[in-house]
Structures are given as structure tokens and as C-alpha cells.
Design a protein around this ligand. Structure first.
Ligand code: 5GP
Ligand code: MN
Length: 320
């Protein structure tokens, strides 16, 4: 797509949103674009409509201005969906539907493009990297750079995952030319865990189960445990990655109870299993190595359903 300012010519009201349960890339891309547009288009009214991000993101400028989507959507000139298709915007989807023009920027393979204008690049590391592509570099500053850098760091697991491309590192190199404390940013938003988060992580590891000959691992956190620790869903971030790094494991599944016989499922793979296709089959989506969905049934129903798909892929991978 063109530079985003080309697409926003004449727009007086602009909305930005990302997916429900916003993660680092979602917050980073939304806030990076927001800060850029506030600066580049001082006459326009720019707002971010997003579920309240976890407290760790308070260090990103502008999060205090995030708005809640009202029940009667305003008709905005342009609405931009980031890091998700319109169906994952939650309350903000109404604003997207009502807007005069819509733009969708995302790197999820499961997103076929839900805007009038789409910039969907499945091999991009992150939506934050894509936002960098569409903004004008000469208008960058430390606050915008910090937001986008955080998004890239989170979605690449600090430049470790295979989605880290030369272009990703070149983008990151340009961003750290600005004056922000990237080392501290990575520590406080990515690695640091609260005592409670570590306790639940410990419990999830302790109760994890290997299956499919040790090639898969699963763990579950039920409502009772979440209530006992006073944990929010964002307190469970990172558990599935820790499960995945178990030696010999090709695919990790983590789930937590969201309601009566309902689980939010997160999956991670080492590349041999395409978890995006499995998540999509069950109504979710994501990337080949990291995906999620919501599933109904008991814990055993959910894991049985998933394991059929995982096993099939593991068998296809290595034909006898
Ligand atoms: P996580 O397991 O960290 O929640 O998500 C892993 C990846 O899958 C992220 O890129 C996330 O956006 C995507 N994802 C997780 N849950 C869903 C879902 O229910 N629907 C879709 N479309 N994508 C999901
Ligand atoms: Mn992302």
C-alpha cells in the first residue's frame, strides 16, 4: 500500500484499533501509529479504541488516552484495524463497519484482508514492522520508535523466532537510533514477571502432561486457580512458550477456562506442525508457529479434538 498519509488525505476523524486481549505487538503498533498520526495530522481527531492493555504497557506514551468504544458508533472518516481482521476488534468492530473508509494492516496468515485497503504481509515479523513501512521515517521520534520496537521485540521473542528477517533487524536498527532505553523496555515488558505470574507458571509446568510420544505437551489453568491467584488472562502470557521449549516437544498447547466448558487455547510449534491451520479449523487463527482459538467442551474434549489434528500433521511430516 501507499504511505498511510496518502490514504488519509482529507480525513478529519480517524480511529485505530487492534485485537481483543491486546499483546505487545498490538499495543506497540496501535500506539506507534497513533503517535505518528497525532504528530503528522495535528488538525485531525485521532483516537485508539482498545481493550485496556496490561499495566506493563504503561511505559508506552499515549496508552492513557486509549478510548472505550461506545455502543453507538461514531461514523469516522477512516478506521484502521491493526494486528487483526475486523472480526477480532471486539467492541470496536462497529466503528470499523460504520467508517467511510477502512484500512487493515496485519501479519496474520489467517487474515485475508478485511479493509477497503489492505496491507497484509504474513511473513512480516509483526504489525509494528508493517506500521514502520507505512509511516514517514523523517517524522519518527523516541516515543514512536519505542512503541514500534516493543511490538517487534514481543512478536519475535526478542529477535529469536524464525519470523525475524534481515528487514526486521534493519528496522530495529533504525528504531534504536532514537533515545529510549530499549534494554529496560525489553526487561519490563517482556521478561519481568510478577510473583503471581511466576507461581501460576510454576503450577502450569508442574501439572503439564506429555502426549503423542513426548512430541506434544499440554497444560491447563482452570477458573478456580485463576480466582485463587487473582490472575487476569494476561498473567498467563508466556506459559505456552515455556512449555514449547521442553526438549523433544514439537507442539505445545496451553489453555485456560473462560467460562462453563469453554477454553481459550494457545498453541506453539517448532515449525513441523502448522498450528495456524488447526486454530483456523476451530474458528481461531494466528501464525504457523503461534496460534490460538476458543473451544467448547471439557478439558479432555478439547485436547482430544486438538490432538487428532496434531497427530495427523506429525504423521504427514514423516511418512513411514
Ligand atoms: P496467543 O496464543 O499468544 O494468544 O496467540 C498466538 C497468535 O495467534 C497471535 O498472533 C494471536 O493474534 C493469534 N490468535 C490467538 N487467538 C486467536 C483467535 O481466537 N483468533 C484468531 N484469529 N487469532 C488468534
Ligand atoms: Mn502481531
Amino acid at each position: 500500500m501507499n504511505k498511510i498519509l496518502e490514504e488519509l488525505k482529507g480525513a478529519k476523524t480517524i480511529g485505530i484499533s487492534g485485537h481483543i486481549r491486546p499483546d505487545g505487538d498490538c499495543v506497540g503498533s496501535c500506539m506507534g501509529l497513533y503517535l505518528f498520526l497525532k504528530k503528522a495530522l495535528p488538525e485531525a481527531e485521532v483516537k485508539v479504541y482498545l481493550e485496556r492493555p496490561a499495566d506493563i504497557y504503561d511505559c508506552i506514551k499515549g496508552v492513557e488516552h486509549i478510548a472505550e468504544a461506545g455502543s453507538e458508533p461514531e461514523i469516522l472518516d477512516v478506521f484502521i484495524a491493526l494486528d487483526a481482521g475486523k472480526e477480532r476488534l471486539g467492541e470496536a468492530e462497529k466503528y470499523f463497519d460504520a467508517a467511510k473508509k477502512t484500512i487493515n494492516i496485519d501479519h496474520h496468515i489467517s487474515n485475508k484482508g478485511t479493509g477497503d485497503i489492505n496491507y497484509i504481509v504474513p511473513d512480516a515479523s509483526s504489525t509494528s514492522e508493517l506500521v514502520f513501512d507505512v509511516i514517514d521515517e523523517e517524522m519518527l521520534d523516541a516515543d514512536i520508535a519505542q512503541a514500534l520496537y516493543m511490538g517487534i521485540v514481543h512478536d519475535t521473542g526478542v529477535f529469536q523466532y524464525s519470523n525475524t528477517k534481515p528487514k526486521t533487524l534493519k528496522t530495529a536498527a533504525k528504531l534504536i537510533e532514537y533515545d529510549f532505553d530499549f534494554s529496560r523496555l525489553i526487561d519490563t515488558t517482556f521478561y519481568e514477571k510478577t510473583y503471581i505470574q511466576n507461581q501460576i507458571l510454576g503450577r502450569a509446568l508442574l501439572e503439564s502432561i506429555l502426549f503423542l510420544d513426548g512430541k506434544c505437551i499440554v497444560s491447563v489453568v482452570d477458573r478456580k486457580t485463576m480466582d485463587f491467584y487473582g490472575a487476569r488472562p494476561s498473567d498467563l502470557d508466556g506459559i505456552v512458550s515455556q512449555l514449547r521449549s521442553t526438549k523433544g516437544v514439537e507442539c505445545a498447547v496451553f489453555m485456560y477456562e473462560t467460562g462453563l466448558q469453554e477454553y481459550k487455547v494457545s498453541m506453539r510449534s517448532c515449525g513441523g506442525v502448522d498450528v495456524a491451520s488447526i486454530a483456523s479449523y476451530f474458528g481461531g487463527g494466528g501464525h504457523v508457529r503461534a496460534a490460538g482459538c476458543t473451544m467448547k467442551g471439557t478439558f479432555h474434549d478439547v485436547i482430544n479434538n486438538l490432538s487428532l489434528h496434531i497427530e495427523k500433521q506429525l504423521k504427514e511430516e514423516k511418512p513411514e
